[in-house]
Design a protein around this ligand. Structure first.
Ligand code: GLU
Length: 930
């Protein structure tokens, strides 16, 4: 029994020793290559990743039948203790290591890097460490798996540019943050709007600072901090309403850019209710199969060993993944080099430094051979920097990060999200949102609605106008709701360089008190730099508003107007002169002395018919184009008459031609025809709306006419600038055509349609448009543009314009008036030609007086000759004249004066010829009397 026991123990011993020797032999056959790993106590996850990665590499080696095994020497050091870090590094080199991984802190990394440089041992880094200031010699043994700081910073700057952020606030935690953001700062030029930079205190109450930022209305925030502090800062931001829930409840969302490449590992589910956009970069894609497989294998391994692995593929930190990539890449390099050279590290003491020959080969292999890692393609430049890499751009939505695009060092951004997808996400967020639309009162864009009896108007019902209808149309297309709010100062929006603030509607947008601003708000370059505009919904230009020329009441003697008074006087003088000349010449010309009785051959005397009266009669007959029964016979008199006829021909033609124009067109006082006429005079003052786009047009114009006009406007006292268009119009109306107002053509069109007294003078000085303004980068801009375009294509914009400019504005009454006035072929009224009737009446009256005088004279003569009383003679003559049936009248033989027969049977009347001769003779007698 004892023997059996001894035999059994001997066999067990043999088996044990056999096993032991086998193991020792096996172990001795493996070529162990030591590598150092220096970690900080708070980098436990990275340390685990290091261990796991080495184990994995060794597994692969064994699986491939390789005898090269990597053996880790792991030490921990305080992140601030550079002395100890150096000591550990020396211990490692004296033990013989093929590479040192870590440490991660800036303070400890430097000394380890120097030791590795001196001994030519590869120094493999997996953390973001700012580049040291340039030294004479670039490190040749450092291989940095963390993306190059410069490129990373460029990616952030490109994102800011891509988002078109003009103003933003940078929140950073430590000074290294400023280094990380250097490319963003570099892109911000001195002429750009100011940006704010604040330092946050980790694990402290930063709410006062965040509140201040919230009150400033800032919506673009770059948050640079450790991933572990992100949640704390965002929580505080949420508390002070800097994360989605706003004072007004309606301002646009804040957008955060988180610079940490580990931001996606932070659980932000508790901030789900926030409407803010949170964007960040990540280097790993947690949905990639290879990545998931490796991380799960690692986690399961840890759990099998009873370690607490409370991370998964979405939570694992970038530094840990980089460590896995670094060890894998190192393993590949080592195995590859082992095939050709001995890569067994040497023991090198810090007190007696020498270098290891294999180190440089390893580093060159790592730098020279790109490797497809879990963090994408691993590739280095000659200084060991990872300068080619790819980043995912991710956006948080309901607690989950979605990839919206990617960025790489060569191609920049490429977005993967479709527009429709973006729209769906956005409108889902906006479902319950009421947009605030800031506006100002100004017809026809917005005015107070008149309440019906007993009606109480509230909310949007208080207003009506083009702007209201336009927004209602857009809201209907986009299925959103809105509320109109009037801007408190009633201004459009001008920048005050002293306060560095915008007023009016633009100010409302910048202070996040409104989502949109709409009215007759002109799109200008200056405003476009502060806020965003949609495409123009109306186009216009600057023109002049003035009052129409007053219609002069037609003059009674307007038929005199074709000639000036001077011409009339000259004509009268010419008439007198020519008549007298004719008289003189006729007296001198023998041919004008004629036989008074053509029947007698030798007349005892000759007669000249050209007494003064006949001369005047001839001249008058010609000028009246009536002709005359007396005509000159002598050459000289004919010459005078001919010249006079020629003169009258021209004068009467000119008079007739001008008369029509004078009688039909009322005299219009048109002192200006355009801006050029205004600048040439100083009687009519002109002005604009203070601080509006028209004001700025003149202020900033390089054209000499307009800049001169602005100087004139500025120097005019009292000021020609007004606070509102209404005041400008008032001033034009009251100005008695001594004030012209530069206004936008759309408003001129409206007001000239409403008040017929007003008119537009000249053409337009420029071309521009009205747009709906909104805060910069408003996600709504694209969709509002789409809605405007749709309304335009469907003719809705035209309809709205007609509704507010014509139908509800007098229906174009003033235009009708204008048309009537313009028509040159208008009928002449009695007012136009009344004077001619007056002259006729006056002439007839004089003729009547003369007729009465002639009659009385004849009565007197008859009374003398017939020796009867004046009364009897008067009665007889009157009765004869009244007897219209009697056409013949007897004459007295002696005197030749006409006499009515006193008895019904009286003498016979002379023949017609005889009575004519008698009439002529008596006429000549009358001449003598004259
Ligand atoms: N529409 C102009 C603006 O947006 C105001 C009117 C004007 O300047 O004539 O500033």
């Amino acid at each position: 029994m004892k023997f059996i026991k001894v035999m059994l123990s001997a066999r067990l011993c043999t088996a044990f020793f056999a096993c032991f020797f086998l193991l020792v032999f096996e172990a001795e056959c493996e070529n162990k290559i030591q590598v150092g790993g220096i970690f900080h106590p708070d980098n436990y996850e990275t340390e685990l990743a290091f261990r796991y990665a080495i184990k994995r590499v060794n597994q692969y080696s064994r699986h491939d039948g390789s005898k090269t095994i990597i053996e880790p020497i792991i030490r921990r050091v305080d992140p601030k203790d550079s002395f100890k870090a150096g000591k550990i590094a020396c211990e490692m080199t004296s033990e013989g290591v093929a590479a040192i991984f870590g440490p991660q802190s800036v303070e400890t990394k430097g000394i380890v890097e120097s030791i590795c440089e001196a001994m030519e041992i590869p120094h493999i880094q997996n953390t973001w460490i700012p580049n040291p200031p340039p030294v004479d010699r670039l490190p040749k043994m450092a291989v940095k798996f963390y993306p190059n700081q410069q490129n990373l910073s460029s990616a952030l700057a490109a994102l800011v540019t891509d988002y078109d952020w003009k103003t933003y606030t940078v929140l950073y935690e430590d000074d290294y943050g400023l280094v990380r953001l250097q490319e963003i700062f570099k892109k911000h030029g001195p002429k750009d709007p100011p940006i704010s930079v604040y330092q946050l205190e980790p694990k402290k109450d930063n709410r006062p600072l965040l509140k201040k930022i919230q009150l400033s209305g800032e919506i673009h925030i770059i948050l640079d901090c450790e991933a572990e502090n992100i949640l704390d800062y965002l929580r505080q931001a949420h508390e002070v309403k800097l994360l989605g829930n706003y004072q007004m409840g309606n301002a646009p969302f804040q957008t955060y850019i988180l610079t940490s490449l580990d931001a996606h590992t932070v659980d932000l589910e508790e901030l789900n209710s926030s409407e803010s956009n949170i964007t960040s970069f990540r280097m790993v894609d947690p949905n990639r199969y290879e990545f998931k497989a490796v991380i799960n294998d690692w986690i399961q391994g840890e759990q099998r060993q009873g370690r607490n692995a409370d991370y998964n593929e979405t939570k694992v930190q970038l530094e840990s993944v980089l460590m896995v990539d670094a060890v894998n890449h190192f393993g590949i390099a080592l195995h590859a080099l082992m095939k050709t050279e001995d890569m067994t590290p040497q023991s090198i003491s810090c007190s007696d430094p020498s270098f290891w020959g294999g180190g440089l080969s390893l580093v060159n292999f790592l730098k020279g051979k790109p490797y497809p890692g879990l963090t994408g393609r691993v590739e280095f430049n000659e200084t060991g920097e990872r300068n080619r890499f790819n980043l995912d751009v991710v956006e948080l939505h309901k607690g989950i990060y979605y990839k919206i695009g990617s960025w790489d060092t060569h191609n920049g951004f490429a977005y993967t999200r479709s527009r429709e997808h973006l729209k769906t996400i956005l409108f889902e967020k906006l479902r319950n949102k009421t947009f605030i639309v800031s506006s100002k009162i100004g017809e026809p864009f917005l005015k107070y609605r008149e309440a019906a009896d007993g009606e109480v108007l509230e909310g949007n019902d208080r207003y009506e106008g083009y702007s209201m209808d336009l927004i209602a149309g857009i809201a209907e297309l986009l299925n959103i709701s809105f509320r109109f709010e009037l801007t408190p100062d009633g201004k459009y929006g001008a920048y005050n360089p002293d306060t560095k603030r915008w007023d009016g509607l633009v100010g409302q947008l910048l202070e996040r008190k409104a989502d949109f601003a709409i009215c007759d708000l002109t799109i200008t370059y200056e405003r476009k730099r502060a806020v965003d505009f949609t495409m123009p919904f109306m186009t216009l230009g600057i023109s002049i508003l003035f009052t129409k020329a007053t219609k002069e009441p037609p003059d009674l003697f307007s038929f005199l107007q074709p000639f000036s008074l001077d011409v009339w006087i000259y004509m009268a003088t010419a008439y007198l002169g020519v008549s007298i000349l004719l008289f003189i010449l006729a007296r001198m010309a023998p041919k004008e002395w004629q036989n008074p009785q053509p029947g007698t051959k030798d007349p005892s005397e000759l007669e000249n018919i050209w007494n003064l009266k006949n001369c005047f009669w001839l001249s008058l007959g010609s000028i009246m184009t009536a002709g005359c029964d007396l005509l000159p016979k002598a050459t000289s008199t004919r010459m005078v008459a001919g010249m006079w006829w020629f003169f009258t021909l021209i004068m009467i033609s000119s008079y007739t031609a001008n008369l029509a124009a004078f009688l039909t067109n009322e005299q219009m006082d048109k002192p200006i025809k355009g801006a050029e006429d205004l600048v040439k005079q100083n009687r009519i003052k002109y002005g604009t709306l203070q601080g509006g786009s028209t004001y700025n047009f003149f202020k900033n114009s390089n054209l000499s006419t307009y800049s001169r006009m602005f100087s004139v406007m500025e120097s005019t006292r009292p000021s020609v600038f007004v606070d509102s268009n209404t005041k400008g119009i008032e001033r034009v109306l009251k100005g008695k055509r001594l004030y012209a107002y530069f206004m936008e053509s759309t408003s001129i069109e409206f007001y000239t349609g409403k008040t017929c007294e007003l008119t537009k003078i000249g053409g337009e000085l420029d071309t521009k448009g009205y747009g709906i303004a909104m805060p910069v980068n408003s996600p709504m801009r694209t969709y509002i543009n789409d809605a405007i375009l749709k309304m335009q294509e469907r003719g809705k914009l035209m309809e709205l314009k007609k509704k507010w400019w014509v139908d509800l504005n007098g229906g174009g009454e003033c235009d009708e008036d204008d048309k009537g006035g313009d028509d040159g072929a208008a009928e002449l009224g009695i007012d136009n030609v009344g004077g001619v009737f007056v002259v006729l009446g006056f002439g007839c009256f004089i003729a009547l007086i003369l007729g009465v005088c002639e009659f009385l004279w004849n009565v007197r003569q008859v009374a003398v000759e017939d020796k009867i009383s004046m009364g009897e003679a008067f009665k007889t003559e009157l009765l004869f004249a009244a007897n219209v049936w009697k056409t013949e009248k007897p004459i007295t033989k002696n005197s030749g004066s006409t006499r009515s027969s006193r008895s019904p049977s009286g003498e016979r009347a002379p023949s017609q010829a005889r009575s004519m001769i008698n009439a002529a003779t008596s006429f000549m007698r009358l001449d003598k009397i004259f």
